[in-house]
Write a new protein. Structure first.
Length: 149
């Protein structure tokens, strides 16, 4: 018997296959508590991943910047658009090769932290998801960076 642990939504977005433990980070980044109903399931069973998190947000469509951020936090996440309780579209998040103004460089001496210079990071397309700052050229794992909220 199939059991639904998180209620269905009429219209909105479902972020599924989030790496277990990363759901709250994504929810904090999205800050949708301003009127949108958000449901978060954590450490749910997954055939593909063992455990996963899931977020359902009513009446919300994600921007490309939000989707890029989710890809940084949980690269195997999927985004499903829901309309009238039906799936209207589904896709995997994708990391861009270059990310501008989204990441705060962890290097306190980086020019992006001293002057009003937008950060630019290059992303490696491998399992480690390492990012490299264009300006200070230091490399960081995704777990070491902070996303500009």
């Amino acid at each position: 018997m199939k059991q639904l642990k998180v209620d269905a939504i009429k219209n909105g977005t479902v972020i599924d296959h989030i790496q277990a433990g990363k759901g709250l980070i994504i929810a904090d980044f999205l800050k949708t508590g301003r009127g949108n109903v958000m449901m978060i399931g954590m450490n749910l069973q997954s055939k593909s991943f063992g455990k996963k998190d899931i977020i359902k947000i009513e009446n919300k469509t994600l921007t490309s910047i939000e989707m890029s951020s989710i890809a940084l936090i949980s690269p195997k996440a999927t985004i499903t658009k829901i309309k009238d309780f039906k799936i209207e579209g589904k896709k995997k998040v994708e990391l861009q090769n270059e990310i501008e103004s989204l990441i705060i460089c962890p290097n306190p001496k980086c020019i992006t932290n001293m002057d009003e210079v937008n950060s630019v990071f290059y992303v490696t397309q491998d399992e480690n998801n390492v990012v490299r700052c264009k300006y200070c050229e230091k490399k960081y794992s995704v777990d070491e960076i902070k996303i500009r909220i």
